[in-house]
Structures are given as C-alpha cells and as structure tokens.
Ligand binder design. Sequence first.
Ligand SMILES: C[S@@+](CC[C@H](N)C(=O)[O-])C[C@H]1O[C@@H](n2cnc3c(N)ncnc32)[C@H](O)[C@@H]1O
Length: 204
Amino acid sequence: MSNKTWDKKYSTEEYIYTKTANRFVIEYCESLTGKTAIDLAGGEGRNSIWLAKQGFLVENIDFSQVALDKFLKFAEEEKLGSKVLATLAGATKFSSQLDQVDLGVIAYLQIPQRKLAKAIKRLSQKIKPGGHLFGVWHSRDNLTGGFGGPRDPKVLPDLDSIGKALSGLGFEIVELKNRDGQIQTREGLKPSITLVLLAKRVSN
Ligand SMILES: C[S@@+](CC[C@H](N)C(=O)[O-])C[C@H]1O[C@@H](n2cnc3c(N)ncnc32)[C@H](O)[C@@H]1O
C-alpha cells in the first residue's frame, strides 16, 4: 500500500491500531534497557509511546504524515513531547535523527519480502553493538492455520525469510518463532499465528 493509501486510512479521529502497545512488544521489550530506540513504521505510535514511558528517547519513522501527526498529538497528551521524534521516510532507505540506538522495533510492517529484508537491513545498521532488534508480524503460517491479518502471502514473512533477512547483519538470534494467539472475529475468538523476532547485535 502506498503512503497516500495509509494517509487515507489514518484520516480519522480514531486510533485505528488503538493507543495500547502491542502485547508482544511489551512482552519482549520490557526487560530491555537503553536510552534510545527507533520504531520503524511506528504509525500512530502506540508502541513508541509505550517505549517512551519505559524511558527511551524514541524516533518513530513512518511514511504516513497523517500517522505521524496523530503520534505527535498522542505524545503531547501523554506529556512525552520531549521523549519522541517523528521522521517522515520510507522504511528501506531512511535517514534517522538518532543513530546507533539501543533498540530497533519493527511491528506489523507487512510489505513484500525483498522490501522487508531491505528495511530490516537498514534498521539493523542503526543499532549499536549490544543493542536489540525486535520484530513482530502476521506470520505466513497464519494463512493456513489462523485468522486475521493480510491474506496476501507476498506480505507475510515466515521463519525462513526473516532468518535469511537477518543473516550476515551481525546479529545473534535470541528468539525467532511463531506464537499462537487468538483474534476476535464475528464468529468469536479464533486462532492467530504471530511471528516474533528478538535479536542482539554482536558485531559491526
Ligand atoms: C499495520 S501498521 C503498524 C503500525 C505500528 N507499527 C503499530 O504496530 O501500531 C503499518 C505501518 O507501516 C507503515 N508503512 C508501510 N509501508 C511503509 C514503508 N514502505 N515505509 C515506511 N512506512 C511504511 C504504514 O504507514 C503504517 O503506519
């Protein structure tokens, strides 16, 4: 989807991804310490704001200006204006305001595999040795074994594609797995499969 399509989708008062941080971001990142973080494709900022509350100075990089405006409004409401930065840029080639951060987060950036690999590579270059990369996606296995999320296999990574995207970038995988969860549908709660990645930068 283009940035114009995302701008249109975000053009409502409502926070379409809510103001509550994703449960996997909380589960995997709450024990991570550090001063700075980049939330790549952070959208309206639910995860960025939670990270700022954890004490990080957070840069949300997204190609939707409408999302970033909502993010900055959310930060002001939470009195976190001085703890956040917003950067309008594409995920594969961005220049960031922060460099060599302690944590890079990439949540539900469901884009074609080659582009996603480039985005992961670009984000990985911004993470300092010893720092962490956390990613979460609707998994390709969700197509056959779960509900919700995009149904186009091109934008659904699997364990193999994420493993390949990370290889040679100087990261050690702490965890790369499909997690079983549940999603609310009109027919009630149904299973959903979420792919999570936690990796630590070990070399330059
Ligand atoms: C499903 S939303 C997730 C937002 C946020 N990470 C969250 O979990 O609430 C995907 C986000 O990716 C952004 N996005 C999609 N393709 C992008 C690209 N090529 N470059 C930068 N941002 C992109 C969209 O604008 C949108 O905010």
